[in-house]
Structure formats: C-alpha cells, structure tokens
Design a protein around this ligand. Structure first.
Ligand code: BTN
Length: 247
C-alpha cells in the first residue's frame, strides 16, 4: 500500500481527492496525504480539525477482490492497524479502542477513522479509508471543548512524532491485517480488536439512530457489530451508534 502516493499541501478533504482518483480507476493501495485540510470530516457529519503540518491526514483506497458485506469489519480492522502502528512507534503509550474505531489514550481521542464507500447493491466497488492521527498538535490547536476529549500523541507522550515513520508503520500494519482478513475472514481481526478494546465489560450508553440503549458490551459478533447485554439480561447487537459515557 502507498506505492501510489499523492502528497498535497492544502485540500478540502483527502477523502474527496481520493474519490476523484478512484472514479478515474486508481488502483488499490493508492494513498492521498495532505499537510492541511480545510474541511476535514469526521463520522456522523462532524468536522475534523486538521491544522497544517502537525497531523497525519490521509486516505487509502481499497478495492476488495471479493464482494464484502456492508459491515463494520473493515472499520474495526483499520482501528487495529492504527493502534498497532502507534504502539510500535510510541511503546510507552497505552492505546485503547473505543467501538467502533476511535483510538484513545487516557480516555482522550488521538485518532479517528472514516470509511466511505461506493456501494452498488450489496457489492462494494471501492472503499476509502480516511485516517486522522493527531500526531504533533499542541493544546492551542484545539478548542476548549475539544481539549476535554481529545489529545495529540505529542501531548500524551512528550515526544515529537516522526510522521513519515508512523505513516510507513500504518501502511505496513494495514496491508498485513487486510491480507489476513481476505485469507482468513474476520475472526482473527475480531480477536485483535477485542484485546485492545476499552468498551467491553463496562455499563455504557449507546446513542443509536433508533434511540439510546444502555447495557454492557460483551464483544463483537461475526459481522463486527457490538453485542450488548441489556439490564433485563437479554442481548442485542448494535451496528451503528455513538458510544457515550461508560463506567
Ligand atoms: C472520526 O473520528 O470522526 C473520523 C475522523 C477521520 C478524519 C480523517 S483525516 C483524513 C480523512 N479526510 C477527512 O476529511 N477525514 C479523514
């Protein structure tokens, strides 16, 4: 991955740039990296703070060789890949994954992942994996509201992060796990994800499109959904939600 690389200075969003390349037939593994995004976007229609030269803002193109179900599986794979790459570069940091794919240090978000796809019926034509890593941001790069829930790798570790080395590590991990996933399915990814999760085993509020659900997340199902135990002892699986307060 990353052998076809477009490095840009300022873009609205690397997702849009890569989509253009994808529509023109770009191959799997094509990567767009920007120093700065003027309209970086996050999940659930939120914006993503992407100041110049301080973070890793990039999008990776996947063209799965087999029809993949529209499930959270690849999103969860991306979270495992990023967390392993960051751990490799900064072994002292303890990185947890909040379902589905936020990476946290001490409960604060250091990275986010956004998958966008061109879906034709059940079959996915291509998938754009957007990855944002707040590498060397300083406190003043965040709004006061964001500072209570987000942190950069530099703020958390006291070290300036070598962005090129981290990008290389992410691509290597991603390629390895994607290969494993295509060969062996979701089971090994699921195990790796569960081992790094900070969401499991604690009473949690989940804001789903159908309303708030409170329960204890137990693990993932085969599709990558989150299995929840409800207060009445019954079980439910959630495929799309914002994970709120837990503990
Ligand atoms: C989230 O946690 O809400 C997902 C954030 C994803 C941000 C990345 S930065 C690179 C790519 N381009 C975007 O506009 N968004 C993603």
């Amino acid at each position: 991955f990353g052998r076809r690389l477009t490095l840009l200075d300022v873009v609205d969003s690397t997702q849009n740039e890569l989509r253009l390349l994808a529509e023109r037939g770009a191959e799997e593994g094509t990567l767009v990296i920007a120093e700065q995004q003027t309209s970086g976007r996050g999940r659930m229609g939120r914006s993503w703070v992407s100041p110049a030269g301080k973070g890793i803002w990039m999008s990776l193109l996947l063209r799965p060789p087999v029809p993949l179900p529209l499930t959270p599986q690849l999103t969860l794979l991306a979270a495992v890949a990023l967390s392993r790459a960051i751990s490799q570069q900064l072994p002292a940091l303890e990185i947890g994954i909040k379902w589905p794919n936020d990476l946290l240090v001490d409960g604060k978000k250091i990275s986010g992942i956004l998958l966008e796809s061109a879906a034709e019926d059940e079959r996915l034509n291509y998938i754009i994996v957007g990855m944002g890593i707040s590498a060397n941001l300083e406190a003043e790069d965040y709004s006061e509201e964001l500072l209570s829930k987000a942190i950069s790798l530099k703020m958390a570790s006291g070290q300036t992060v070598d962005r090129s080395a981290l990008i290389a590590a992410v691509l290597e991990q991603f390629e390895q796990l994607y290969k494993l996933y295509l060969e062996q399915g979701f089971a090994p990814i699921r195990t790796l994800w569960e081992a790094r999760s900070v969401t499991l085993g604690k009473r949690t509020e989940l804001y789903t499109p159908q309303g708030t659900v409170v329960g204890v997340p137990l693990g993932l199902d085969d599709m990558g959904g989150l299995r929840i135990e409800l207060p009445d002892g019954s079980a439910r699986t959630i495929y799309s939600a914002e994970v709120g307060a837990s503990g």
